[in-house]
Design a protein around this ligand. Structure first.
Ligand SMILES: [Mg+2]
Length: 231
């Protein structure tokens, strides 16, 4: 079973301050704009870095087409600002039971741990490294906010990459894939791909708001039980 973990709100709680600052710094650098005052009002939960960045840039008066033209420069700049800004240690931001659950699941050969996150790939890996939980996630695996601005594109990308490493080159099947996330957008991207989904109520959404998932958990503690029930 392929496990596609979201990061913010799922594995880490309130661990994205430096990340948000890096995105704004990259926008200011690439498009030579002043940081917009209302950037903090842009919705972030469950969205990709590219989609968030485009909205912030529009607040700064730059139309969306201009974002597209320099998207790649933005991704490189955001990763490099994050490398500069990332705290040395984010382990105090680990979600409840995240470290123990990852340790437990990554030991079991029936599970393959990967990622589906709106974070730019390099940001995701730096962030997980600072939190001490990068080790279950093979380099080059996952679907990231640097791959697409639409979260619904990310599970198929992650399955394709998983297939190259673990399934003889054929995309990992959707029916053997579980998205684990904290927002209705995580649920929607799993549904769009025909994958299963476990929601955790450790982000900004309550268990009631996540009731469209196959399983809803208060936190990650019983994830192994939930996965058993799905397989
Ligand atoms: Mg999230």
């Amino acid at each position: 079973m392929l496990l596609l973990f979201d990061i913010d709100g799922t594995l880490l709680i309130k661990g994205a301050d430096a990340h948000a600052a890096a995105v704004v710094a990259a926008l200011c650098e690439v498009w030579e704009v002043e940081p917009p005052q209302r950037a903090h009002g842009v919705e972030a939960a469950g969205r990709t870095d590219q989609a968030i960045a485009r909205d912030i840039l529009e607040l700064a008066g730059v139309p969306a087409e201009q974002f597209e033209a320099r998207r790649d420069d933005f991704i490189v700049a955001a990763a490099s600002h994050y490398e500069r800004l990332v705290p040395d240690n984010l382990s105090d931001r680990l979600a409840p039971h995240a470290a123990e659950v990852l340790a437990q699941l990554s030991e079991q050969t029936r599970y393959r741990c990967s990622l589906v996150t709106g974070n730019i790939q390099q940001v995701a890996r730096l962030k997980l490294g600072a939190a001490g939980i990068l080790y279950p996630f093979a380099e080059g695996q996952g679907g990231f906010g640097s791959d697409s601005d639409d979260r619904n594109d990310l599970p198929p990308i992650a399955r394709m990459r998983a297939g190259q490493l673990w399934n003889g080159g054929d995309a990992w099947p959707a029916e053997g894939t579980v998205v684990i996330g904290d927002t209705p957008r995580d649920i929607a991207c799993a549904r769009a791909d025909g994958a299963l989904v476990v929601a955790v109520a450790t982000g900004p959404f309550s268990a009631d708001q996540l009731s469209d998932a196959d399983v809803v958990l208060e936190d990650l503690r019983e994830l192994d039980v939930a996965l058993d029930s799905l397989s």
